[in-house]
Design a binder for this molecule. Structure first.
Ligand SMILES: Nc1nc2c(ncn2[C@@H]2O[C@H](COP(=O)(O)OP(=O)(O)O)[C@@H](O)[C@H]2O)c(=O)[nH]1
Ligand SMILES: [Mg+2]
Ligand SMILES: [Zn+2]
Length: 295
């Protein structure tokens, strides 16, 4: 039996890449019994019926999995934001960073369309992003239009599975087309919001790129917090974690508590106020959700 990775799932078929081989597989009934669903990114054992068709027999253990988009074994999330059109959305960035941290996936932040910025606006955004660099995140500034710094992405892509995340229209597909023109991805395709339960033709596919794999996914920007507890959010803000020993109260939520080292650091401009405000907004969001569910 052979092994490979699922690079596409569509209409009941799983497409397995095994070196040069590309095999269209069905999953055996045993997955239904085990309540297991193969995902794009899964390492699988398959049985080939012939050169191009086969059956998936087993899944290897997963390192992680995302439900939106449905991908397994992700090494890295590349969070793409446009500097303009649409404007840089730091609230969404902070939210995505929490979700990524929960899954223990590496993160790269890309701010693209910088050609749309005048020098003064460029400086402002550079300062805003410096906050993230100081916390320890990698940040790249790119323009697909002017081909600025797009190749700086290459070293991040080799030998791993990356997922590109970001709102529709920020320039994800355009970046990939510059990196690998043969991909010829459609750009400017606005994916309209699809309600729960409605049929969607969206699918995730891993594209080979610089000896790694990348998933260009529509969506993955509307996240909610059902899975995070109020007491846990603070652990996903590295600049809070490094200071929490200084808080008077053990278990301080850095909210209403007195003698809080985090609030003190915000007052001293050592922690960005935007990050702290977003943190409080997240707490409020989760508390509201909880009230809604407990009713
Ligand atoms: N000015 C400018 N426009 C860009 C850039 N990258 C993408 N765009 C435009 O932004 C729109 C959305 O790009 P697309 O790659 O489809 O975004 P996606 O939905 O995130 O995949 C298209 O009209 C692109 O031409 C860029 O670097 N500069
Ligand atoms: Mg796209
Ligand atoms: Zn505190």
């Amino acid at each position: 039996m052979a092994s490979g990775v699922i690079v596409k799932a569509l209409a009941g078929f799983y497409y397995v890449q095994d070196g040069e081989r590309y095999v269209q597989c069905r999953a055996r009934g045993l997955f239904r019994e085990k309540k297991q669903t193969p995902l794009v990114g899964d390492q699988v054992i398959y049985e080939a019926e012939n050169e191009t068709e086969g059956y998936i027999m087993a899944l290897k253990a997963r390192k992680n999995e995302l439900s939106r988009p449905p991908v397994a074994n992700i090494d890295q999330a590349i969070l793409v934001f446009s500097a303009r059109e649409p404007d840089l959305q730091l609230f969404l960035l902070d939210k995505l960073l929490i979700h990524i941290a929960i899954q223990e996936i590496d993160t790269l932040i890309v701010v693209t369309k910088i050609d749309l910025l005048e020098p003064s606006a460029r400086k402002h955004i550079a300062e805003q992003m410096e906050v993230y660099r100081e916390i320890g995140y990698q940040v790249l500034f790119t323009s697909a239009k002017d081909r600025v710094a797009v190749n700086d992405l290459c070293p991040y892509l080799a030998n791993r599975i990356s997922v590109l995340a970001g709102q529709s229209g920020v320039g994800k597909s355009s970046l990939l087309n510059v990196l690998s023109p043969s991909l010829q991805l459609e750009t400017n395709k606005i994916s309209t919001h699809l309600g729960r339960g409605r049929h969607t033709t969206r699918h995730v596919e891993l594209l080979p790129l610089f000896s790694g794999w990348i998933a260009d996914t529509p969506g993955f920007s509307s996240l909610d917090f059902t899975a995070v507890a109020v007491e846990d959010v603070r652990f996903y803000f590295p600049e809070f974690v490094s200071r929490m020993d200084g808080c008077k109260y053990h278990g301080c939520l850095h909210d209403k508590e007195p003698a809080c080292a985090v609030k003190q650091a915000v007052a001293n401009d050592e922690i960005a106020e935007t990050r702290y405000k977003h943190y409080l907004q997240f707490l409020e969001e989760i508390r509201k959700q909880k009230r809604r569910y407990s009713r």
